[in-house]
Design a protein around this ligand. Structure first.
Ligand code: OGA
Ligand code: NI
Length: 432
């Protein structure tokens, strides 16, 4: 099975090297991946964290229930460079077949509805640097252990900065097509870019979403590269979210019972990739997704969503809405954090439903190690082990991301690194 997954990084792979090269053997996969890392060391250009398994160039055809070869249609759509927004603006009332996802399988948590009895934890950060530190740390610990995500209020980012950023993303996507297509690219060297559906030219159904992405390689990115229409907002938001990222790294360290600079000392959250998603109104939202089910491979993700809703997380095998909360930020644990904490903190599967009403805007900041640490080993934190044996073996970002893409399974990415999985020494095996 020549399966491999697609996030933004593989989008780059596909563009530069074609699919066959990657899927030919596990050894060539890792060699290619290492080569690409050397050529394009910025792992954090992972701009879209969903993973899709792919082994046939097919989408589901709702009319006759069959599969069809979507590659040519997707390519033609990609070449319009207008994104999903361009398509929506053209007034389609039926979405193209390559956006149609197969109906959910019976063993999956049922339907797109949400369990309304479960509520994502909301943590008030007021006083987190003084009187309420212990309380906040305890709440973070509980939420990270049980949910893998939480909403944060009173975190200190002014609302006008957050609103300004969401507005900036909206303005970018809503400017005349000929202006934004200047940024339309799959070139990995481009640190600011616009692309659509995240998964175009792949073999999985597309998603109803456009994205503008900023790769803050180790914090340094010339503002002149930002689209003029959102330049100030991006710089301002990035400064603030970096500060919150540092605070969270300390709070999470303490929540793990470690010294507060532990996570910063291992440099696992030094780099940020910022992506601004635009989910246009969809004429047939029940047939597709805004973002398909995935967990983020990052160490940590900070998400800002507007007030439209549609984000859901999988909790106790049930989909739970993450309701928009004015002024809140959403924090979620990534796969790599789960690995180094030996499953103490859990990454969480999440998705975004397509909506009849739109657009929905969101902004995700993915935290990763810096470029210099692409090959730095990250394993279970010794201090967390006491007498337990580690669940996972150590890996590095290059290998982890290679595996993430090669298996095409967001669920098994972590399990692949399990000491007991029998695969511990062959991280690049195909999943045939
Ligand atoms: C992501 C993601 C959610 C959203 O980009 O990884 O999960 O609300 N986005 O857009
Ligand atoms: Ni995500």
């Amino acid at each position: 099975m020549n399966s491999f997954s697609f996030n933004h990084l593989s989008y780059i792979f596909a563009c530069h090297f074609g699919y066959g090269l990657l899927s030919s053997s596990s050894l060539s996969l890792i060699i290619v991946f290492l080569f690409i890392l050397i050529r394009f060391p910025m792992i954090s250009t992972v701009a879209s964290m969903e993973v899709m398994v792919s082994n046939a160039s097919s989408s589901f055809d709702p009319e006759d229930g069959s599969n069809y070869d979507s590659a040519n249609d997707m390519k033609a759509f990609d070449e319009t460079k207008g994104g999903v927004k361009g398509l929506a603006d053209s007034g389609v009332i039926k979405i193209p077949r390559f956006f149609v996802h197969p109906p959910e399988k019976p063993q999956q948590p049922s339907s797109k509805s949400s369990n309304i009895n479960l509520q994502v934890p909301i943590i008030n950060f007021e006083g987190f640097e003084s009187s309420r530190r212990m309380e906040v740390v305890n709440e973070i610990r509980r939420a990270s252990e049980n949910w893998g995500l939480f909403q944060v209020v009173n975190h200190g980012i002014p609302e006008n900065v957050m609103d300004g950023m969401l507005e900036g993303v909206k303005r970018f996507h809503e400017q005349p097509q000929e202006v934004k297509t200047e940024f339309y690219t799959r070139d990995a060297d481009q640190r600011v870019k616009f692309f659509t559906g995240a998964l175009l030219l792949t073999k999985e159904p597309a998603i109803w979403r456009d994205t503008v992405a900023f790769d803050f390689k180790d914090g340094k990115l010339d503002p002149q590269l930002f689209p003029a229409i959102m330049r100030e907002e991006v710089g301002e938001y990035f400064r603030h979210v970096t500060k919150i990222g540092k605070a969270l790294s300390e709070l999470l360290s303490e929540a793990l019972g470690l010294r507060s600079n532990y996570l910063s000392s291992i440099e696992c959250m030094e780099t940020q990739s910022l992506v601004g998603h635009y989910y246009p109104a969809c004429p047939q939202p029940e047939l597709t997704f805004g973002t398909t089910t995935h967990s983020d491979p990052s160490f940590l993700t900070i998400l800002l969503q507007d007030n439209k809703g549609g984000l859901q997380v999988l909790h106790q095998n049930q989909w739970v809405d993450v309701p928009p909360l004015q002024g809140a930020l959403l924090v979620n644990i990534g796969d790599l954090m789960q690995l180094i904490t030996n499953d103490r903190f859990r990454s969480v599967e999440h998705r975004v439903l397509a909506g009849e009403v739109g657009p929905r805007i969101s902004l995700a900041s993915f935290f990763f190690p810096s470029t210099a640490n692409t090959f730095k080993p990250y394993g279970v934190i010794q201090e967390l082990l006491s007498d337990d044996t580690p669940i996972y073996r150590a890996t590095h970002l290059a290998e982890f991301m290679g595996q993430y893409m090669s298996t095409g399974s967001y669920i098994s990415t972590l399990s692949h690194f399990k000491v007991s999985s029998g695969q511990a020494c062959s991280s690049t095996e195909d999943t045939d």
